[in-house]
Write a protein that binds this ligand. Structure first.
Ligand code: SF4
Length: 439
């Protein structure tokens, strides 16, 4: 039995895809092992957004060859699509597969026999037109279910459309079938994942369905307690979706909405499809209907043209906004994007200073959000990990909770009362005897 190991860089989408590809291997009779367990084959799923993607890729290949010098190494994923030839020249790489090829490893690489030269099987990104269903089943608590891939937006800083291609989706029926399959494995929470999931519904270039209808249909799936929307563009997060979520049986009050900048000048330069007023309106709509909702924000600092004054606009905008945490990205130049050609380059030192300021703001926001919810009652889905005798889980509104370890609580939903914020910044719940079953 040949042994295969996987390594994933990047986002939830990559994790869901690695997981599906690993199941393909298991179905073909391969034994899935950990990276350290002398595999015969390594599959490395790369990311183009990762800082120093090339260096990371080289490092993992080197590590793989140290563990199993005679192993077969295949590189897939976004970075493989963007730089196939460069990757094929890394010592130890046997094959590079692009976006249209990565789900066909067996068909294209046969019995994974090593050859003199590395194989490069990466067609033009325009060839990546079909949708490949994927979901992760790495831990039994939560699954990332891919419902959409690619993007038609073309923001000035982004390489994703070049790495993943045009927007395309699964069908509602097929997503429902996957959700039912996942429900049968006792997973309690599904995180809907995609590149631009609000754009769900395009099949072979034609819009057939809507994201809102997918949400309505999933809400009826028995056996899944929670659906979380991983991230949705503000212009696609409609009142219809927000209103539905506020009454939903299974969709949780947690929204992650990319903002990228709080300055309209920068938003226009980025080519984003909304202005800050729309973003403000989305936040206020959510908070009016669901005051306890958690709102996470992606923001990029140091985009070309971001003067001190414009950065301050972003800072003040976020400071005033009723949001719960930030994911801060420091702008870095990416080949073949419009942004690299722009003037107003921000010095790296300044980018880092701004990033630090927003990270501090994020901590402040998270703490305030947690504090507002102390004393209230929420449902926690407890996870497997144990740290210093404590176990953790998330409430429906994404508050990370710590409780005394009890193996009986793993993968269980429990109603708890939030007590206080501990030193690690998590929220302690009242003693387990105060924890009682959901009605
Ligand atoms: S919406 Fe913009 S940032 Fe997001 S994937 Fe599409 S092009 Fe990239």
């Amino acid at each position: 039995m040949k042994k295969v190991a996987f390594y994933t860089l990047g986002c939830k989408l990559n994790f869901s895809e690695t997981s599906t590809i690993s199941r393909q291997f298991e179905e073909k009779g391969f034994l899935k092992v950990d990276f350290q367990e002398n595999p015969d084959i390594f599959i490395i799923n790369t990311c183009s957004v990762t800082e120093n993607a090339d260096k990371k890729c080289k490092k993992i290949v080197k590590e793989a060859k140290k563990i199993s010098p005679d192993s077969y190494v295949a590189i897939i994923g976004c970075y493989a699509q963007l730089k196939p030839t460069e990757i094929s020249e890394i010592e130890g790489v046997d094959a590079v597969l692009g976006a249209a090829e990565k789900f066909r490893l067996h068909e294209l690489l046969g019995d994974f026999a090593k050859e003199q030269e590395a194989k490069v099987l990466a067609s033009e990104i325009t060839e990546a037109r079909s949708f490949n269903n994927a979901y992760s089943i790495n831990d039994r608590t939560r699954t990332f279910l891919k419902v959409q891939d690619g993007c038609n937006y073309g923001c000035a800083f982004c390489t994703i459309p070049m790495a993943r291609g045009k927007s395309r989706s699964n069908t509602i029926d097929s997503v429902l079938a996957s959700a039912r399959e996942i429900a049968a494995t006792d997973v309690k929470e599904i995180v809907l994942t995609g590149v631009n999931i609000g754009d769900f519904g395009i099949v072979e270039g034609k819009r057939n369905e809507r994201f809102a209808d997918l949400v309505f249909a999933l809400d009826e799936v028995e056996g899944i307690d929670r659906f979380r929307i991983s991230s949705i563009e503000p212009n696609l997060l409609t009142n219809e979706i927000i209103e539905f979520a506020s009454q939903s049986k299974r969709f949780v009050p947690h929204f992650h909405i990319p903002l990228q900048s709080g300055s309209n000048t920068i938003l226009r330069r980025m080519g984003r499809r909304y202005l800050r007023e729309l973003y403000e309106d989305r936040v206020s709509k959510i908070k009016t209907l669901m005051p306890h909702a958690c709102i996470g924000v992606d923001v990029i600092v140091g985009f070309p043209g971001e003067t001190d004054e414009l950065f301050l606009e972003t800072y003040n905008f976020l400071n005033e906004l009723d949001i719960s945490y930030l994911h801060v990205f420091t702008y870095s130049e990416r080949a073949n994007t419009r942004a690299v050609e722009m003037d107003g380059v921000v010095p790296i030192k300044k980018r880092n200073e701004r990033s630090k300021m927003l990270r501090i703001l994020s901590e402040k926001k998270r703490r305030k959000f947690y504090e507002e919810n102390l004393g209230k009652t929420f449902t926690v889905l407890f996870e497997e990990d144990v740290e210093n005798g404590k176990m953790h889980g998330f409430t429906e509104n994404y508050i990370r909770v710590a409780a005394k370890y009890d193996p009986m609580l793993i993968n269980e939903l429990k109603v708890v009362q939030l007590d206080q914020i501990n030193e690690a910044g998590n929220v302690e719940v009242l003693e387990p005897e105060m924890v009682y079953e959901r009605h």
